[in-house]
Design a protein around this ligand. Structure first.
Ligand SMILES: [Zn+2]
Length: 303
């Protein structure tokens, strides 16, 4: 059945290892999905994005001339469509005008957004709720906030930067200059240093060891999940979302992560009828496996 191209929304999630592209139909279903290894560096990133877009055109058989949404890590100037400090992409130093470069090359409008913010829109699509927070537990810890159905970046683009809430003035130094930030407890890099294993998925290795009853793993897992729970609590008390969706590399652990974070939330609420009444544990979800949350959200940027 032919689909009218104007009704397909297209989004790209540009990551350090892969660039994922999706085309989404009017009912929200993913019509086509393409994944390519990202070529690093300014020119490489733009080339990869153009290649993935061309593959989506081929896969859908549609011209796809509507706005293209692009989610990227690093500092994103949405007004200018430019990216900086995306060190993992090999994009640093000068602002990279991704929007203008891609728009000229593909001859269509392009919208660029930070990948965590894009993923927040994708997380919102999971629940069809207007107030949703996406908590990315990747190398760092940061949230994207959707309120009233709209992405909220804040006055300085810092809305959701909960990873830099310091919870321990005597804690480990953080790259932001503070000590004891939640990011030093509840991020992929914090987990990898707390549980140093020769495994490409240290989070999965940690949760598996804890499930086997390894006492040291249980301690590390529980401290990690208490940190995630604190981030959930801060975000919930700040904006009171319907759901908090856990995403990022660590969230690939899936349900064991959700269950451990919910347990930590119950423990933190014990003794507080106020916190208990808010049922924060009941609002926690994990991005389903194989749901390309940031690419789906990027596809909604042009709407
Ligand atoms: Zn910090």
């Amino acid at each position: 059945m032919a689909t009218v191209s104007a009704t397909l929304d297209v989004g790209l999630d540009v990551g350090a290892t892969k660039t994922l592209g999706v085309a989404i139909g009017p009912d929200g279903a993913i019509v086509a999905q393409v994944r390519e290894q990202t070529t690093l560096g300014a020119a490489g990133v733009v080339d990869t994005a153009a290649r993935v877009f061309a593959a989506l055109r081929a896969a859908t058989g549609e011209p796809l001339d509507g706005p293209l949404g692009v989610g990227m890590p690093g500092l994103v100037d949405v007004e200018r469509g430019a990216v900086k400090h995306a060190v993992n992409l090999g994009v640093d130093g000068e602002w990279l005008p991704v929007r203008d470069l891609l728009s000229r090359r593909l001859d269509l409008p392009v919208v660029v957004e930070n990948d965590v913010n894009a993923a927040a829109l994708g997380a919102r699509a999971l629940d069809d709720a207007d107030d949703v927070v996406y908590l990315s537990i990747g190398t760092g810890l940061a949230a994207g906030v959707v309120l009233g159905g709209r992405l909220r970046r804040g006055a300085h683009g810092a809305a959701g930067e909960v990873g830099h809430v310091s919870v321990d003035p005597l804690g480990a130094p953080c790259q932001c200059g503070q000590r004891g930030c939640l990011e030093t407890i509840a991020s992929g890099s914090a987990l990898a240093s707390a549980w140093p294993v020769d495994d490409p998925h240290p989070a999965a290795a940690l949760f598996a060891a804890a499930a086997r009853g390894d006492a040291a793993a249980v301690v590390v897992r529980d401290r990690f999940c208490a940190g995630v729970a604190s981030a959930v609590r801060v975000l919930s008390l700040a904006v009171d979302p319907v759901s908090i969706v856990l995403g990022g590399g660590v969230a690939q652990v899936g349900d064991p992560l959700r269950l451990a974070v919910q347990q930590a939330l119950h423990a933190q609420a014990a003794g507080s009828p106020f916190l208990t009444s808010l049922d924060l544990a009941g609002r926690v979800r994990v991005v389903p496996a194989d749901y390309p949350v940031a690419a789906v959200g990027a596809a909604m940027l042009g709407q």
